[in-house]
Design a protein around this ligand. Sequence first.
Ligand code: HEM
Length: 423
Amino acid sequence: MAASSSVTAFHSLRPPDGAFDEDAALATLRHEDPVHWEDPPGWWLITRHADVKHISRNPGIFSSRPRGPWHALESRFSMQADDGPTHRATRSVVSRAFTPRAVARLARSALAYTDEAIDGLITRGRCDIVEDIAIPVPMRVIADILGLESEMELFRAWTHTLTGAFQDDRTPDTARQQAAANDFSAYVRSVVRERSARPGEDLISAMLASEGEGVLQSFARDPLPGVPPGDGVLGFIAFLVAAGSETTRHGIAQGIRALLAWPGQHTLLRARPELMDSAVEEILRWTTPGRALRRTVMSTTELRGKTLRAGDSVVMLYRSANRDEEVFADPECFRVDRQPNEHLSFGIGTHFCLGANLARMELRVTLERILQRLPELRLDPDSPPRHFASSLVDGLASLPALFTPAGPDHGTRGGSSQGRTRL
Ligand code: HEM
C-alpha cells in the first residue's frame, strides 16, 4: 500500500480544516487500502460500505465493548458500547420511547418547537440556523422524552458543557461549565428520587423500573466528563443527549447548508415537496453526522486479505461508506431524489440507531418549516459557517443565514397560509 500523505493525515481523525480534503483522502483509502492499519494510534480504518456492514452485523467477532486501550473514538459509557444480554435488556427498555406512536406524538412537539424558534427570529431577517433552530429543537424533544422539560435552562447549560467535552475530549475546565454540570446532576438526582417514588410515563421512570435487569449498568461503567462515575441514570441521560441532539443538530444544519450549496436541488425540492422523505435520506448520507465508531476484534479474522487479531480496534468510517462508488452512483453529488439510498448513517445490525425514525422526523419537520417560513434563505456573506471539530460527529458550530424578514403581522406558530407540515 502506498501510504500517501492524505492517508496518514487520518492519524488523529480530526475533521477537515481547509488544508485537508477529507473526501479525497477517504477515496484514496477506499481504492488503495480499504482495510488500513494506522499506527500510531494503532487501529484498522474501514472505509468500504460492504465492510462496515459486515463488521456491524457480526457482533460475535466485532464487539462493541471497548476492550483495548482507550482513545478518542470510544463512546465508552453507554449501551452503544455494550454487547449481549445486558445490551438487549437495555435496548428493549429504551426502544419503548421510540415506537411509531411515540414518534408521532413527538412530531407535534417538534413542529411546535420549530415554529416557536422561527417566531422568535422571523422579523429579524437573519439568524444562526445552528444556535436558533438546530440546537433547541432536538434538545427540547429529548427533554420531553425524559420528562425534564420543566428545567430547560439547566438542561441547556449542561448540554453546552457536554458539547465542549465532546469537542476536545477533555474534562470541562471552566468553573462555569463545572457549575452547570453540578446544578444539572443535583436536579437529575431530585428527579430520580421523585420518579422512584412516583413513576411517570417518561423514559427515566422506565429505566429506573428495570434497573434490576442491569439496564443502567453500561451507563455507569465509565461515563462522560462531568458525570460522576457509577451514576447510571446521569450516564444514560448524558448518552441520550449526545446521541440524539448533537447528531440531529448537525444533520439539520448541514442539510440546510447542502440545499444552499446545491441550488438546483433546492429548487427541485421546493417544486416537488413530495421528495422531502428522499431528501432527508440524502441529507443523512451526504452529511453523515456520526463520523465513526469503533469495534474490538474478538477472535482472529480475515478481511480483504488482512489478518485482524483479537484485541485489535477497528474504526468504521461512515462518511466513507456513504460515498462508496460500489454502492452509490455519483456519490459526490447531492441529489434529493436519490433512490435507492442505502446509507449507513444510522449504522446497521444489533446497534442500529434507536432514534432513527425520530431523527428522520425532526429533520423533515425542521427543514420543511425553515423552507416554508424563511423565504429566500441564503448564506450570510459576511459571516461564513463555522465547522464543529470532533472525532465522533461532523457538523457545524454556526450557520449564519439571511432571509426576507416577515412584517409584524406575520402571525405565530406557522399559520396555515405558510404551508402544511405532515405529522
Ligand atoms: C441524524 C441523527 C442521528 C444519527 C446520524 C445517529 C447515528 C447513530 C449511530 C451510527 C449509532 C450506532 C450504531 C452502531 O454502533 O452500530 C446510533 C446508535 C444509537 N442512537 Fe442514534 N443517531 C441519530 C439520532 C438519534 C436520536 C435522535 C436518538 C434518540 C433520541 C438516538 C439514539 C440512539 C441510541 C439509543 C443508540 C444506541 C443503540 C444501541 O446501541 O443499541 N440517535 N445512532
